[in-house]
Design a binder for this molecule. Sequence first.
Ligand code: UDP
Length: 239
Amino acid sequence: MLLVDENKLYEGKAKKVYRTENPNEVIIYYKDDATAFNNLKKGQIHNKGILNAQITTIIFNYLKNNGVETHLIENLSDRAQLCKKVEIIPLEVIVRNTLAGSTAKLLKIEEGKILNSPIFEICYKKDELGDPMINDYHAIALDIATRKDLEEIYSQTKKINELLKSFFDQANIELVDFKIEFGKDVNGNIILADEISPDCCRLWDKETRKKLDKDRFRRDLGDVEEAYQEVLSRISRVG
Ligand code: UDP
């Protein structure tokens, strides 16, 4: 199947989605484009697509081996994955284990405070609104998700967080926070979709707390590709 424009179903900020001959499967292609602050900052991170595709594959395979269903079927090339077609639930589900980023700013608490228990947040995925944070009541009242969908999403999110914390810990990485997305497959089952990579996680070296994620791009800290590569090298050795 050729990754040509006539087969393109969707192009987002970091990935493109192509149809395949099977209506239940799509190909996801990872780009090097990077954006931050709701598209105000734009750039490219050399080899990001390759690194994020590999990192996501390792993490999704680990989750699958531990009982979490994901959309990933197999890798087709260094940037392309064959995935189950899902209808994305327009929610960004954010988990925080350590306080950083927007919530640290909101509460005027210094970044780096380890939380007593994880915080779950949901944001309504709508670029033109800047993905506003909402709560369960908004999601249900506005038909974004049902109560049952949310229960399933939170139950899977809790399991994913526990598995990921332990996984990254073995790579000597502190899982500060992350964003995940879920979709409904053709049978209506809610499964983990999108990606899990340094683009959507905050990952700090466990000892030095050096940032190994997209904050290096957001905050112009330099060595962005090297940090993503470091994450890949470390998680490749886990397990
Ligand atoms: N995140 C993301 N996409 C978004 C917003 C957040 O992947 O549109 C990730 C982000 O990389 C971080 C976590 O979710 O790991 C929490 O982000 P936060 O709400 O602190 O927002 P930020 O400080 O990135 O604006």
